[in-house]
Design a protein around this ligand. Sequence first.
Ligand SMILES: NC(=O)c1ccc[n+]([C@@H]2O[C@H](COP(=O)([O-])OP(=O)(O)OC[C@H]3O[C@@H](n4cnc5c(N)ncnc54)[C@H](O)[C@@H]3O)[C@@H](O)[C@H]2O)c1
Length: 362
Amino acid sequence: MTASEPPPLRIGVVGAGFMGRQHIEFIRAAQGAVLAAIADPLLSADVGHDCPTYEDVVTMLDAGGIDAAIIANPNPLHVETAVECLEAGVAVLLEKPIAMDSADSRRLVDTVAKLNGRLLVGHHRRHHPAVARARTAIREGELGEIVAVSGLWSARKDDAYFTDTPWHRAPGAGVMLINVVHDLDLLRHLCGEVAEIQAMRSSHARGLEVEDTVSLNLRFESGAVGSFLASDAGVSPWGWDQATEETLAFPFVPDGVAYRIVGTHGALSVPNLAKYTYGPSVPRDWHSPLSRTYLPVERRGSFQAQLDHFVDVARGMAEPLVTAEDASRTLALVEAAALAAGTSRTVDVARFRAEVEASEQP
Ligand SMILES: NC(=O)c1ccc[n+]([C@@H]2O[C@H](COP(=O)([O-])OP(=O)(O)OC[C@H]3O[C@@H](n4cnc5c(N)ncnc54)[C@H](O)[C@@H]3O)[C@@H](O)[C@H]2O)c1
């Protein structure tokens, strides 16, 4: 640390389970942050720590000595824990989903606004360099006008994921809230707001109360249409987690694809960033050969980039890339998908959101 550099941000991790442990390792590897505390009522003995540990977040906050908190406890606790941290003047990186439902997320949106709180939601994929490059390609018209998008996330989770952790098989979890929430957030980030959604869901493969497999149809406000398939029961190499080297927990499949984005001038697969266009001297139609180029991009994991960004957000040097409002909208989209699946009808997403917000008015 030089004289001009601020001291490392002191971060407390709330919930040191599967995800919290990864955050702990990312903090340990980061330049601008230090692990200052862990709060977990069932802290496992194999979580190495050289910092104070607490049974709950309130005791951790009362003890002082932290500037920021990373919240990775079970989903039903997210809003309450984040509000407690914000009220203590602590910046928050809150794991997704922001809340159990979008109605509850409005409480957090309001608290952030009221307290002028610093809060980033952990839709980490937005921080991946390939996402930033894809967004630029779309926004700057490198693919022409976007016509359609297709996406797939399927990976077979181990059975213990469901048997050992009750909340993983109870309402509030399921492939939509645990996994598809990331994909829908990223599709919103890349292609804009979704106007309408249709959905089918199935619990057939695992036989649990929550769904294991879903199929979604999307109409974006831009006019583009899209489809997305997801399953936590089906073996596949296709999906964000397999296509990136984000964590050692998911073996990497090189040249992997999670999304295919189709425009009037070209196509792009993400995150491998293979771009398909016609050459300059051939007609732009299906009789001409397509050329493929891989867009160059920095190799960097999104969790590291997210943590660096969070340090800046906590210090007031950056506005959050994923705000509470943003994450609330993503969650509302997941709920709109669930409503569409439950009613077999097309859901108007903006109207659905307006109804949720109206129902929250005192
Ligand atoms: N960003 C991602 O890619 C990603 C991936 C996995 C999980 N997640 C999210 O991370 C969160 C945790 O998921 P997980 O799979 O690590 O779950 P987990 O069950 O493995 O871990 C949760 C931890 O929270 C602890 N906990 C329970 N009650 C607590 C309390 N009152 N205060 C503090 N800690 C408490 C538990 O003891 C456990 O150690 C969830 O919100 C999940 O959606 C995000």
